[in-house]
Design a protein around this ligand. Sequence first.
Ligand SMILES: Nc1ncnc2c1ncn2[C@@H]1O[C@H](COP(=O)(O)OP(=O)(O)OP(=O)(O)O)[C@@H](O)[C@H]1O
Ligand SMILES: [Mg+2]
Length: 245
Amino acid sequence: MSIQQLTEKLKLGAFYTALLEQETQPAYSDLPFEKRVQMLLEAEALERDNKKIQRLLKQAKLPDRSANISEINFTPDRNLDKALMLDLAGGNYLKYFRNIILNGSTGVGKSWISQAYATKAISMGYSVMYLRVPRLMQYLQSIRGDEEYLKYLARLKRINLLILDDFGVSPLKAAEARDLLEIVEDRVNQSSLIITSQLPIKEWHGYLHNATIADAILDRVVHNAYKIEIDGPSQRKENAKKVMK
Ligand SMILES: Nc1ncnc2c1ncn2[C@@H]1O[C@H](COP(=O)(O)OP(=O)(O)OP(=O)(O)O)[C@@H](O)[C@H]1O
Ligand SMILES: [Mg+2]
């Protein structure tokens, strides 16, 4: 077999492309053999990492991929604990299967910050899925009782970081609270959650109306979570002001 055929068989496309590059550039011939092999392997490793990140980004279905930790607005009116938030971006919460709860009124940037954490997690190789709770509930309702229901829950279970955006915006039915319990139960000591909500955490118990299910959900999610309360004005208004200037 030729080198081309062998690299195709072994799925070493980037290795082969880098080899062709080395063959066309005479400067490479001065480098030691081991160094040249190392460079080919590095090209292949880089290509694979990039492909993985592209795959993870596609799977995450983030509405806004531009959100970035380095652009979080830490003005004093927002009362954010910068050290904690930057530390979280380092990803230890993912390693230890802890959760993040982002609270605050409309427009303060909860969804945006959750997506900044999501892109950071993806860059570290974690799988992410972004879901809005109202849509998730509608979808689970439509497949409840089908084989698809268990398959979908199994799919969510495999995701390292699940983002549940807009928790608490619309009333929850008892069956929906049970769905939620299934989802959070699957994640205990296995994976992380970021939940964004306008509803203060102290109101979650009442919102989840059935006390037993509420206790079970809160015990699994809240006690294990970093809680970030965002104050200050709506970033929508702030952005609109900037555009008008
Ligand atoms: N640090 C930031 N840099 C740039 N834009 C930002 C930043 N934070 C938030 N935004 C923008 O501000 C707007 C409001 O943010 P976001 O949608 O995250 O608010 P929210 O708290 O999720 O609101 P809601 O509760 O209504 O869902 C969005 O258009 C978002 O892109
Ligand atoms: Mg939002």
